[in-house]
Ligand binder design. Sequence first.
Ligand SMILES: [Zn+2]
Length: 319
Amino acid sequence: MKRRTFLTSLPAASVALAATTGLVPIAASAAGSGTQVVAAQKFKVGDIVVTAISDGYIALPLGALQGISPENMADLFAKAHKDPNGFQAAVNAYLVQSGDENWLIDAGTGNVFGPTLGDVPKVLAALGVAPSQISKLIVTHMHGDHIGGALADGAALYPNAELVVTAADHGFWSSRDIQAQAPENFRGGFDLAIGVFDAYGDRLRLVKDEADLAPGLTARPLPGHTVGHQGVMVESGNDSLLIWGDVVHVAPVQMVRPEVTIGFDTDQDMAAKTRADVFASLAGTGQKIAGMHMPFPGVGYVEKAGDGYRFEPVGWQYL
Ligand SMILES: [Zn+2]
């Protein structure tokens, strides 16, 4: 078939597709908008459906990484076929659906970090889930790229959701005393966290240790990045998925060199130790993980590689 013939026959094919399947082609987004059409991917964990949702990306300044020379960092980026300039760190959230329940693990950024982010509500709408249907918003920690999206115009975006957060993070991020002692560029994060606590009011549930978060979901304390940073273990039947929050921010570097930390870590040493422990305990076990800053959809496995580790993505899933 000549190229021209193929092109002219395409609309008719689309019409036929719609007529026979009920599928309507999605209108193309504006060229150069940076938005992919597909921003969600569903995975099954036993009887539970987990959907990775892309909130967008942060152009992460790599100067925020600590404990590695610029030369070593450039070398790791080259090995990963990545450009270190304007590294696009994914921001992912995860929708967990069990029976009729809809639980959201982290809320994305909302309008806190600019135009390359804030897509979680749009993706939820595309999935057919209204904000009012989210019954739990479980947060891994109280940083803006995880809770900014809990608010819309300062009010709770999820009007029926219980906000589930560790008591340690609540104690830290709601403290005006700690805020006053924090470096100036960190203080806004406390205002945001306090705004979220205020907006959810008495729909706040504080947890600690390996708390039951919801049927099939238990907390996994992973402290260091924040004092109360936690993962969420999703278990159903013989299957499980550890949603590890911010164990890794820059995969091309920190998978290989887990001791490399990031300036946003509240406790650098503890964050590095937690990451090293998590990698060591997961490598080769076949335990699936999902990460908020792993390349979207962020689901895969930790494998040993040389002196460090590597991330093996699960790839596209057909349900
Ligand atoms: Zn984060």
